[in-house]
Unconditional design. Structure first.
Length: 391
């Protein structure tokens, strides 16, 4: 492999870790990847800690092959990744992630980067261990290789916006990503042995639909414990206070609970409570911020919606209900999470015409076109179930 001109900062499992902070560094790193004709790379990121900032900007992009690990510093110039965008957006190169949806969101939002060829270790783990829920990387490494790696919550939540990084942060980030590729390969072999590879591909094809939407929704405040006990006017006041809290959190780049806690909002929503009654000595508000909240407390905001207007949905189609019922039972019988048999979103997206006949419905479902033994089994079971239960 070509000698690296950039600084080595660590070594994980005999793999050198390099610090890349300039366009020249990343350009050369890209040349190394191209010369190596890589077919898969591991990708991870570290972000500004959620308990300190509102904007969780990506601070560090980690890329690993079997021979080299690059830590790309994103703070000074988010365009520093431009020299390797062609690699990251090449669908023929597999990108191994661990819990991809959140990472994808931040790459798109802050780096204008839409990575292709994503394979998520979490999808494989969920298929192989459906009753365990979300497995940690630590448990997977231990299960597959009988190696214990230390996961430090302290380092995970540490401030990745500060430079230089501490040695403990570098070690933490290195010891995670160096295991992505070995764990992925081990799980792929198990998926093949259990006839689950096609379901893994299906799960990965749906990842883009699981990317979170973090646009603030005022109506989410209804989930706060104590909302239901408020009067309608107090509910409207609480919703408006939630909007102001989010606005201030964005401006100050602080977590919303650092601005005002949910309990403080609930207290303020009660008639007669003033801002000074709930603030602690550590909460400092500008005159403008105080005026915004005072205006909410003074006004009743009768135009604020209390409920969504979608409560009167149309009756569900008979074949759609049968499909949902079968999906539930098939998940239990075959120990495959429902979303990997067919996702609820995909069922909702099917045109109503697809539910006019069993034949049309079967032709619209992905696994009926698959020749994998487990897919054939599911197809036969679904067809029999629909015929027996449809009128």
């Amino acid at each position: 492999m070509t000698t690296s001109p950039f600084k080595q900062i660590f070594e994980a499992k005999s793999t050198p870790v390099y610090w890349l902070e300039t366009l020249e560094d990343v350009t050369h790193f890209g040349e190394i990847l191209r010369e190596s004709h890589v077919k898969k790379i591991a990708i991870d990121q570290e972000r500004a800690p959620y308990n300190k900032f509102y904007h969780q900007i990506p601070c560090l992009l980690q890329i690993a092959t079997e021979e080299i690990i690059g830590f790309i510093d994103l703070l000074n110039n988010p365009h520093v990744v431009d020299p390797i965008k062609d690699i990251l957006q090449d669908p023929s190169i597999k990108k191994i992630f661990f819990d991809a949806p959140w990472d994808i969101f931040y790459y798109r939002k802050y780096l204008d980067l839409d990575i292709k060829g994503i394979k998520d270790i979490q999808v494989a783990s969920s298929l192989l261990h459906p009753t365990l829920g979300t497995a940690s990387l630590i448990s997977l490494v231990n299960d597959e290789f009988h190696v214990e790696i230390m996961k430090s919550k302290k380092q995970q939540k540490s401030d990745w916006t500060k430079r230089p990084l501490k040695n403990q942060q570098i070690a933490y980030a290195s010891h995670e990503i160096v295991w992505f590729l070995p764990v992925y390969e081990a799980l792929i072999q198990k998926l093949k042995q259990n006839d689950l590879l096609e379901f893994f591909h299906y799960g990965n094809s749906r990842i883009n639909l699981e990317v979170p939407n973090l646009e603030y929704s005022p109506m989410n405040i209804r989930r706060v414990k104590g909302y239901d006990s408020l009067s309608n006017q107090e509910k409207r006041r609480l919703i408006q206070l939630g909007i102001i809290r989010d606005q201030l959190a964005r401006e100050w780049n602080r977590p919303i609970f650092h601005v005002l806690t949910n309990q403080q909002l609930l207290t303020l929503a009660n008639k007669g409570t003033m801002l000074q009654d709930v603030l602690t000595s550590r909460q400092k508000f500008s005159k403008r911020a105080k005026n915004l909240i005072k205006k909410v407390l003074k006004d009743s905001h009768p135009d604020t919606p209390i409920e969504n207007g979608n409560s009167h949905s149309k009756d569900i189609l008979p074949l759609k209900q049968l499909l949902l019922n079968w999906r539930f039972s098939a998940s239990k019988i075959h120990q495959i999470p429902k979303r990997f048999i067919i996702s609820a979103n995909e069922i909702e997206d099917l045109d109503d015409q697809k539910f006019n006949s069993i034949k049309m419905l079967l032709e619209s479902i992905w696994f009926t076109k698959c020749q994998d033994p487990k897919c054939k089994t599911l197809t036969a079971e679904l067809e029999e179930y629909l015929k027996l239960n449809s009128s």
